[in-house]
Design a protein around this ligand. Structure first.
Ligand code: HEC
Length: 201
């Protein structure tokens, strides 16, 4: 009985460590992780509240150390979640790519159509990240009008982001041609340059 309870406590701590680690890796605590963690946490409290006279000192020490580790990981994960996820880093080869297209009416017009079709449900018509589906996603779709952020990005980076995607944003490598993706780069730039685009944040 005692042994089983102890094994139970141990597996809960391990599960906790896994959740903490998974959250750390993805950079944000998913709600499912949290949801599955809550009942476990209750179980954990119960396990620890019960006096375990028969357990050895060393065993108790180890369990305590593991618990502290697990709690620490969870705190870090929650901290990271608060700051949202890690920045989207684009490899240098992508960063240095140059847009073969120039800002022409025809490119912008084509891009606007693709944008309305493929992007605005998440990023919103004006690019503020307030599309009709935006609420469903964590992290939320980026505000593409945020000039202070978008102006730091090279054309190559934006092209790379559209091409590769990053969950929950899909990859458009297969859905759009290279030209279409470069047209979108021009269009995304025009969103941050538009009057009313937020220049702070
Ligand atoms: C399913 C919703 C969804 C769709 C559709 C979508 N995006 Fe995104 N997009 C996101 C999310 C979420 C992020 C933030 C991802 C992250 O930070 O990890 C993002 C990030 C971006 C970024 C990076 C901005 C930054 O923070 O540096 C660009 C550029 C972008 N999207 C452009 C587009 C374009 C152009 C399209 C259409 C071809 C598109 N997105 C379609 C959800 C979406």
């Amino acid at each position: 009985m005692e042994v089983r309870r102890e094994a139970g406590g141990f597996s809960i701590v391990v599960a906790y460590l896994k959740i903490g680690w998974a959250s750390l890796k993805t950079g944000h605590c998913t709600s499912t992780a949290l949801r599955s963690a809550l009942p476990r946490a209750r179980q954990l409290c119960e396990t620890f509240r019960m006096p375990m006279k028969s357990s050895s000192k060393a065993g108790r020490g180890l369990r305590k150390a593991l618990l502290v580790c697990a709690l620490l990981l969870i705190c870090i994960a929650i901290g990271l979640a608060a700051f949202h996820r890690t920045p989207w880093v684009v490899p240098p080869s992508g960063k240095e790519m140059k847009n073969p297209l120039t800002v022409l009416e025809v490119n912008l017009k084509a891009a606007k159509e693709i944008y309305s079709d493929q992007c605005s449900n998440c990023h919103g018509d004006g690019g503020k990240g307030d599309g009709t589906d935006a609420m469903m996603y964590d992290p939320a779709p980026s505000d593409l009008t945020d000039a202070s952020k978008m102006n730091k990005r090279t054309d190559g980076e934006i092209y790379y982001q559209i091409t590769e995607g990053r969950k929950p944003m899909p990859s458009f490598k297969k859905k759009l041609t290279e030209t279409q993706r470069w047209q979108l780069v021009l269009f995304v730039r025009s969103l941050a340059a538009a009057p009313g685009a937020s220049s702070t944040k």
